[in-house]
Design a protein around this ligand. Structure first.
Ligand SMILES: Cc1ncc(COP(=O)(O)O)c(C=O)c1O
Length: 383
């Protein structure tokens, strides 16, 4: 086994020559980042008002093909705001996956709502339409108010937040169809999938609202940042209003007409975001090239790996291999991390964390199968 691990470590190192330690994903700033950031400092408009915030929103609309984008401080608050926008209330349930980053379900909890963990598909490693359909058919009912209720908990199931894991699009159109039939609104957690497409449509644009993250570890970064995209004008307008403390526009008066949030992306971050977004096509091409090189090697070594569905085009934010079991996964992680190649397991399944241990859930056997085997390997853009 050690020989195989060494072979893989040497191969990964050969893709990132001249580096002592290969991180999982590091940002690269080879475009207009410095220019735009300095311009922003010189303009003094470093906070939430400024030309780059608006420009970034326009660029996000152009990229995703949506009518509206709202730039936010990070992906977590973009999720929080989106769930509020689609009417999630305290005591509701929100369908999501147990195999996701904690932020997906923290956002649900901020409202006092509860995640309902359903299984993923083994191939897309995103929420499984079949798991959603089966759970709802067995455990849910539509009541006279038109909403779906969980017969086990008695709670309303108001929304569904599938996640495009590591940038691999899930079967989002099928999930939308099922959710529509149950009057459940879809918010896509596309935090990891900027530049990923499903059946030709950008991820995050198939549900009512899509959410992105521009954290430093993502395909493109604004330092910290997030965005939501939607085609719903009313949602976009309200979201933008709430991100700026719900302040009513006036030359000098401080009038606020709602409980708002300080969630708008600062211009300084937006300057970085614009410069990064300009380079997205180049980054994605580079990342897909690396994924193809990895895939060829894994096939030669007879190692399983995660790949896009045939009707999807992934950004391959993080490449992932699948070992035979948890013991082998841990041996691989130990070898790689001790030998200068950063690797990480998938997140601890959320239903196993103390805050979510009493949370309702369906059968999670694919989630458990994947969590026991999956390891992310270095996937940075190489220029
Ligand atoms: C799946 C997922 N959802 C939400 C987030 C939250 O984004 P942020 O870190 O920008 O708050 C992240 C990333 O960090 C993520 O990977």
């Amino acid at each position: 086994m050690q020989d195989l691990f060494k072979n893989i470590a040497d191969f990964i190192k050969s893709q990132f020559p001249g580096q002592e330690f290969i991180p999982l994903h590091k940002p690269i700033f080879t475009g207009n980042e410095r220019k735009y950031v300095v311009e922003t400092i010189d303009s003094t408009f470093v906070s939430s008002v400024g030309e780059y915030v608006n420009r970034f929103e326009e660029m996000m609309c152009h990229l995703t093909g949506t009518s509206y984008a709202v730039a936010l401080v990070n992906g977590t608050n973009a999720l929080h705001l989106s769930l509020l926008m689609v009417g999630v209330e305290k005591g509701d349930e929100v369908i999501s996956q147990s195999l996701t980053f904690i932020a997906t379900c923290n956002a649900i909890s901020y409202i006092g709502a509860h995640p309902l963990f359903l299984d993923i598909d083994k191939d897309s490693i995103g929420l499984s339409p079949n798991a959603v359909k089966t759970y709802l058919e067995q455990n849910a009912e539509i009541k006279s108010d038109g909403f779906t209720y969980n017969k086990i908990t008695g709670r309303r199931i108001k929304a569904c937040v599938p996640m495009h894991t590591f940038g691999l699009p899930c079967r989002i159109d099928e999930i939308v169809k099922i959710c529509n039939a149950w009057n459940i609104t879809l918010v896509e957690d596309a935090a990891e999938s900027i530049g990923s497409y499903y059946k030709g449509q950008h991820t995050g644009t198939i549900g009512k609202i899509g959410v992105f993250s521009f954290n430093g570890n993502k395909t493109i970064t604004s330092g910290g940042g997030g965005a939501l995209v939607t085609n719903d004008e009313a949602i976009a307008k309200k979201a933008k209003h709430l991100t700026t403390q719900a302040k009513v526009q006036h030359p000098w008066e401080f009038i606020h007409d709602d409980i708002g949030y300080n969630y708008r992306m600062p211009n300084l971050n937006a300057a970085l975001a614009c410069a990064q977004l300009e380079q997205l096509p180049k980054f994605i091409e580079n990342k897909r090239e690396l994924a193809a090189i990895y895939h060829a090697k894994f096939e030669e070594l007879n190692i399983s790996y995660c790949k896009e569905l045939s009707n999807a085009k992934a950004n391959y934010w993080l490449n992932a291999i699948l070992l035979h079991n948890r013991e082998e996964r841990d041996a691989f992680l130990t070898y790689m991390n001790n030998n200068g190649v950063m690797s990480r397991p998938a997140w601890e399944l959320l239903h196993r964390l103390p805050m979510f241990k009493n949370t309702p859930k369906g059968v999670l056997e694919n989630s458990e199968w994947i969590a026991d085997r999956l390891v992310n390997i270095p996937s940075s853009v190489r220029l």
